[in-house]
Design a protein around this ligand. Structure first.
Ligand code: UDX
Length: 446
């Protein structure tokens, strides 16, 4: 079978990982962006953000001539390919609802290109958009700008992406499911064939449905995972009031029940990143517009807002007034294996510590440069974990990078002014640490 020629609009996580995923399997892929700096990097084989395994696959795809990144050339991208994945960003507005300006603009550009195209083309929305967007916003724009009819002249699908940062390629290749929301059967059939060709024989289950259901599946999935996290954090907070209780053991035992499952039950400082906070807010805002309050998700958000500040309370409980105290922060990124600082839990923690007069020193294996864009020179940045904890009055573990897991009580005792460790992600053995130094952890009863 002749391989489908693919174009991708937007080269954020979803766009670039989709482009590199297809290109690395021999598809001819054209990406298009408005950001010339990012395009230059990509064409030189350098990803514009950190993601394990991405660089090697990107380099290979560029070298093999399977991937090219264009600047402001949506028309060219559409005219030279058979299928366009639209993966432009859908940021939050101040009221939590999503801002559709990029999806509208790119749909206009695709429509104008379709006007010049004689053959059938399939447009696939991959950006996270609230239910109704593909049908009521994207389709009318495409039809108006192209003067053509959706269903006969061009096809339209909505296919959400479920990859996680830090394991984007594993998630793409071993995804649990593919969701295809289709405007009509022909559009769905083409996308179904494309995915089956990509995954060869043992691909994931493919769920075919209408456009709005596909859009909702993405929000319902992310909001459910966020709910699991806030739920276990709520139980963690309860454990702290029950002498001897430990949320890690509660969660491990709960997770063995197949109806519950063990994943996303790690108690900690709450969820951050570019998806969960934005998607939960957007679903709440969208549902409110439809006249229904998502009370459960409002509570999920409220638990998540307060959760990071728990470690600041712990610091105060142990040290009293934080004025002039030196607090070491281990980990800045919103999770390990990424340099992404979007909605990172480190930000509200550090802001609150600074407000209380503390001096903050932080270390992260790769997110320092991105953190500097946000936190500027309000804090000190250390070149290693050991340098970070030197002379500190208290250390707070915020992001569970693997390299922190090997730190021992004696390293804290040797380097800190007073050995006090607050484990915000439950990576240290409470038994080993609390015998030798002052140790406090999320979800651990006194
Ligand atoms: C998420 C979804 O998992 C993915 O399917 C979707 O496509 C995009 O959003 P991502 O944001 O990359 O992926 O990271 P994820 O691993 O889901 O973690 C999100 C946040 O939840 C992180 O801040 C992480 O620290 C936190 N988390 C996760 C917990 O606090 N506890 C857990 O058990 C799991």
């Amino acid at each position: 079978m002749k391989k489908t020629k693919i174009s991708v609009l937007g080269i954020g996580y979803v766009g670039l990982c989709t482009a590199v995923g297809f290109a690395s399997r021999g598809y001819n892929v054209v990406a298009s962006t408005h950001d010339s700096e990012k395009a230059t990097k990509i064409n030189n084989g350098t990803p514009p953000f950190y993601e394990p395994n991405l660089e090697a696959l990107l380099e290979q795809s560029i070298r093999d001539g399977n991937l090219t990144c264009l600047v402001n050339q949506t028309k060219e991208a559409v005219l030279t390919t058979d299928l366009t994945f639209n993966a432009v960003g859908t940021p939050s507005k101040s009221d939590g609802s999503i801002d559709l300006q990029f999806i509208e603009k790119s749909s206009q550009e695709v429509g104008l290109a379709l006007c010049k195209k004689n053959s059938y083309h399939l447009v696939v929305v991959k950006s996270t958009v609230v239910p109704g967007t593909t049908q009521n916003v994207v389709k009318p724009i495409l039809e108006q700008e192209s003067g053509k009819k959706c269903g006969s002249d061009f096809g339209l699908c909505m296919s959400p992406e479920f990859l996680r940062q830090g394991s984007a390629f594993q998630d793409t290749i071993h995804t649990d499911r593919i969701v295809i929301g289709e405007y009509d059967q022909k559009s769905g059939d083409i996308l179904d064939r494309t995915y089956r060709d990509f995954y060869t024989n043992d691909g994931p289950p493919i769920i075919r449905t209408n456009l709005s259901t596909a859009e909702l599946i993405k929000y319902a999935s992310n909001s459910f995972l966020a709910t699991k996290i806030s739920y276990v954090n709520m139980i963690a907070n309860l454990c702290e009031k029950i002498p001897g209780a430990d949320v890690k053991i509660v969660a491990a035992a709960m997770g063995l029940d197949k109806r519950i499952g063990s994943l996303f039950l790690n108690a900690g400082l709450g969820y951050g990143g570019s998806c969960f906070p934005k998607d939960v807010k957007a679903l709440i805002a969208h549902s409110r517009k439809l006249g229904y309050n998502l009370e459960l998700l409002e509570s999920v958000e409220s638990v998540n807002k307060n959760q990071p500040l728990k470690v600041v309370e712990f610091c105060e409980e142990i040290l009293g007034n934080l004025k002039g105290k030196r607090i070491a922060i281990l980990g800045l990124a919103f999770k390990p294996k990424t340099d992404d600082m979007r909605e990172a839990r480190s930000i509200p923690i550090i802001k609150s510590l600074i407000e209380k007069g503390a001096t903050v020193v932080a270390y992260d294996p790769i997110a320092i440069s991105r953190a500097k864009d946000i936190l500027k020179n309000k804090i000190k940045y250390a070149p290693s974990a050991i340098e970070c904890i030197k002379n500190a009055d208290c250390c707070v573990l915020v992001t569970e990078w693997n390299e922190f897991k090997n730190l021992t009580p004696s390293q804290f005792i040797k380097n800190m002014k007073k050995p006090i460790l607050i484990d915000g992600r439950r990576i240290f053995s409470s038994k080993a640490f609390s015998q030798k130094m002052k140790f406090k952890a999320i979800g651990l009863g006194k």
